[in-house]
Design a binder for this molecule. Sequence first.
Ligand SMILES: [Zn+2]
Length: 377
Amino acid sequence: MDPKTLPFDPEAMLEGLRAWVECESPTFDAPAVNRMMDIASRNLILAGARIERIAGRMGFGDCVRATFPHPTPNLPGILVMGHLDTVHPIGTLDGGLAFRRDGNRAWGPGILDMKGGNYLALEAIRLLFRAGVPTRLPITVLFTSDEEVGSPSTRDLIEAEAARHKYVLVPEPARADGGVVTGRYAIARFNLEATGRPSHAGSRPGDGRSAIREMARKLIEIEDMTTEDCTFSVGVIHGGQWVNCVTTVCTGEALSMAKRQEDLDRAVERMLALRASSNDVQFKVTRGVTRPVWEPDAKCMALYEVAKEIAHDLGYHINPQSSGGGSDGNFTGAMGIPTLDGLGVAGAGAHTLDEHIQIDSLAYRGHLMAGLLARLE
Ligand SMILES: [Zn+2]
């Protein structure tokens, strides 16, 4: 099958994708994520899938698993895996990131990370079925609800589903040079809590011990632990309610990232060993979700080689890259299941108000996805 013959229409795809992008779905808003799952479920069913809805837990939204008809449905097949949550809060559409297009670019919350990629994967499956092109392996699609917070409620589901499959394809955004992802760094998240002593900030400031001040000290200490091998950053701080009170509780979240598992393991030890800077305040670090390092093995690189050949026939080149940002590909790659990530759309500005895609990539990356689905055996 020559994937070039499949009639991907980027304009029609953009219209369909627009409906997905205009359904805002921030991770922390389960009803919003569920509305997005409703839309995706309908599109999956229209494409010929049988879907199962998996109820959310831990306060997160539902997941959707879709299976497509196949003569040998129980054969370990291809899992297409993507998240439908985004980092953009409700109101982003009206607050600086409305859906809009300009030439070959289109903007919107989550359009790049990763609704665009999920949409093109679904379109690839739909067109293969419509053209009557048989895939050698059965295809399952799994859309999840909490990737942007490290997948605390879906990791078990992802790992169980991946274990039943031979390959995992992840349409997260393409690399800046159009490359695909064949490995991802290890990532750990931490919860931070500083506790001080209350006092009236105006009349008796000397009696209090500020939790915010302690957090500020620790923030510098944590970020200064960054080396070539391992990064440390504090991305969330909450503290204080009244300016006339010495604040007694300040919480935060930190992230550490390393190319090698042993460096991340050491980072975890260092973080958990942090202590308060004096006896009259407390500082506590607890471990949050982690993503294991995914280092490509021979089977993963063989999968990349298939993709490279398909891309070559389509007239472009894709480099294999390891990526700093984590994804659910970390889990399946670390399990040793051949995983190819970064198969989604080209664009830039993920997680910002400039998030956009290159519209034509909906088609040429769609061709690549379709080629993989048809050829993998
Ligand atoms: Zn993503």
